[in-house]
Design a protein around this ligand. Structure first.
Ligand code: GLU
Ligand code: ZN
Length: 298
């Protein structure tokens, strides 16, 4: 089996990212699997190579080594193009000329966790000569279908694609590849059999499963984990500078302190005790990981 960590290099890693890395590492390694690293640098406006290199240094410092070559999404445009073409030829895509304002104006008031569900305005438009010259995104047609799957931590999930996701973007207007296409193609081609990631991506999973099925790939299992939150109940993010690794590495010269603290957050240890990831392997059990988000005060 193989797990993976797929960070976007848009800033220094913070405690929440390390939590995700540690859980996916423990989950894969405790099953005797490999743990692969993919740098999700497809967004040229936000990704930086120095953040990616720093992130690898941080993983090594923490004691989370990965197996094999690092995969960089920015180098895989031709591969994404191949699979997009397959979907286009199957008649499953259409060009979308909408602006953000157009999309907001047609936004249906669905229960979508604040996500934007595209109303399908451009559905039925064909790729023609003219369309080639006008900037457009490419959308994937989703059926009005329930996707049911078993999350390894949150149990059975049932999501209606049309209602909760809508036709989604495979390639952006500016030519950048969309996360949903890249993540599915890469996880499949990298032989990933277990995807561990934050529960904020739980609603992306049905979209990805539908793409897996359409492209004929073997599906991985999905295990979502709770998020780390601050005292105000907000999820940790790159803006919480006090919890980014530049500050934490300065404050905790010993990486085992950070690992031990996160193991406590994950229900592995009864109290934060400095330990190496390797030492946690015999104690790791998803059953003990909370499902509720965890307040992290390190
Ligand atoms: N690159 C995504 C992120 O940093 C994670 C994608 C995934 O795990 O599927 O949030
Ligand atoms: Zn449109």
């Amino acid at each position: 089996m193989a797990g993976r960590f797929a960070p976007s290099p848009t800033g220094r890693m913070h405690l929440g990212n390390v939590f995700c890395a540690l859980l996916s590492w423990l989950s894969a390694k405790s099953k005797g699997g490999e743990w692969r690293l993919r740098i999700e640098d497809i967004d040229p406006d936000r990704s930086r190579r120095d953040f990616a290199l720093q992130l690898m240094d941080d993983l090594q410092w923490l004691g989370l080594p990965w197996n094999g070559e690092v995969v960089w999404q920015s180098q895989r445009g031709d591969i994404y193009k191949h699979y997009l073409k397959q979907l286009e030829e199957a008649g499953l895509t259409y060009p979308c000329y909408c602006t953000r304002a157009d999309i907001m104006a047609t936004q249906a008031p669905h229960e979508t966790d604040g996500r934007i569900v595209y109303a399908g305005t451009c559905r039925g438009k064909k790729f023609d000569e003219m369309a080639q010259n006008v900037p457009h995104a490419t959308r994937f047609i989703v059926p009005d279908e329930d996707i049911i799957f078993q999350d390894g931590h949150y149990g059975e999930q049932c999501v209606n694609l049309a209602k909760h996701c809508g036709d989604y973007i495979l390639r952006r207007k500016d030519g950048a590849w969309a996360y949903q296409l890249a993540v599915v193609v890469d996880d499949a081609l990298m032989g990933i059999t277990e995807v561990v990631r934050g529960r904020d991506l739980l609603l992306s999973t049905p979209q990805q499963l539908h793409l897996y099925r359409t492209l004929g790939f073997q599906e991985p299992t999905y295990i979502h984990h709770p998020l780390l939150i601050n005292e105000n109940g907000q999820r940790l993010c790159k803006r919480d500078k006090s919890l980014d690794l530049s500050v934490l590495r300065e404050k905790h010269k010993n990486p085992d302190e950070i690992v031990g603290f996160l193991a406590f957050c994950a229900g592995i240890l009864p109290s934060p005790t400095p330990l190496k990831p390797q030492d946690l392997l015999p104690m790791f059990d998803w059953q003990n990981v909370p499902t509720k988000d965890v307040t992290a005060c390190i």
